[in-house]
Write a protein that binds this ligand. Structure first.
Ligand SMILES: C[S@@+](CC[C@H](N)C(=O)[O-])C[C@H]1O[C@@H](n2cnc3c(N)ncnc32)[C@H](O)[C@@H]1O
Length: 288
């Protein structure tokens, strides 16, 4: 089980940082298993489990481009430091004018460093795109956002990847979950964390009942062991799809708190569920 969790440079709605120890308890992988993560987001789960072989994928091209450029050495921790020292200074001087300047520049050129800048200085650290695939999250209104300690934190998050990538056989692909799952064989492991139905929607990240059903069918057709992260209930609603779509799976639960902004009063409790096609205690592949 993992207890010291590495935090990646990208922040994303529904990030599983706090749930990594819980998720890792139920995972069943061997030395030669290929780890497939079709909805990688920040990648926090696979990056912490750190299997030798992995395919990380997502339909958001910007996340994939960032990780690929770190892997290829085009973006290094040194370059990240230089970039944030320079742009952070401009942000301090010009405040929101500079944020919106970078946002326009990113929407035109798609530079992964600008993506990282926006991701780390936008309102609530959200990733959201409009129907024209333009990043449209407003500014967090913190001109001193990129203080020295904060830059060092981001630099270290990139440095960790820089150190670990050469030891691994990892691929980062921009593609739909169907394409990723089709690549998996029966000895592989697929960890899925799709958008939660009815919760976050943007143009890389929409999800509905039909998608959830296609996901289940693709997972079963793959013959691989799989684990799905989903929500069970909060104080207002229960996820009925656990029964109607995933009724054949094993289930583990843990309570989790999501924060909207920094304030304690804005935390929402959610019962998380992990669904598997094997018994997570014995690891035997058997759908009930
Ligand atoms: C809940 S997030 C994953 C969070 C991730 N586990 C983490 O902890 O950071 C869901 C991700 O699925 C991606 N996504 C949405 N629809 C997709 C699709 N059809 N195929 C592949 N990825 C998709 C989104 O871009 C988003 O990054």
């Amino acid at each position: 089980m993992i207890d010291k969790v590495y935090v990646p440079p990208v922040k994303i709605q529904g990030i599983k940082t706090k749930l990594v120890p819980f998720i890792s308890k139920g995972i069943d992988i061997e030395e030669d298993t290929i780890w497939y993560e079709p909805f990688m987001g920040s990648g926090v789960v696979g990056l912490n489990l750190a299997p030798k072989h992995a395919v990380f994928a997502d339909t958001n091209p910007h996340v994939i481009r960032l990780y690929n450029q770190i892997k290829d050495g085009k973006i290094s921790s040194y370059i990240v430091r230089e970039y944030f020292e320079r742009e952070g200074k401009f942000l301090e001087e010009k405040d929101e004018k500079h944020y919106y300047y970078i946002r326009d520049r990113f929407n035109e050129k798609h530079d992964p460093l600008d993506f990282l800048f926006l991701n780390r200085s936008c309102f609530n650290g959200m990733i959201r795109f409009n129907r024209d695939y333009k990043f449209n999250v407003p500014y967090c209104h913190k001109p001193e956002r990129f203080a020295k300690a904060y830059i060092t934190k981001i630099v270290n998050q990139v440095k960790h990847l820089e150190e670990i990538f050469p030891e691994k056989e990892w691929e980062f692909k921009c593609q739909s979950f169907e394409e990723t799952i089709r690549e998996a064989g029966i000895n592989d492991f697929i960890y899925c964390d799709p958008p939660y139905i009815g919760r976050h929607v943007d143009y890389y990240d929409s999800w509905n009942e039909e998608c959830e059903t296609r996901l289940r069918d693709a997972l079963i057709a793959s013959g691989a062991k799989f684990m799905l992260s989903t929500w069970e209930e909060n104080k207002y609603r229960k996820n009925e799809y656990i029964k109607s779509i995933w009724g054949m799976c094993y289930k583990m639960n843990q309570e989790h708190f999501y924060f909207v902004g920094a304030s304690e009063k804005n935390r929402n409790s959610m019962m998380e569920a992990l669904l598997t096609n094997y018994d997570p205690t014995t690891k035997n592949r058997k759908i009930k």
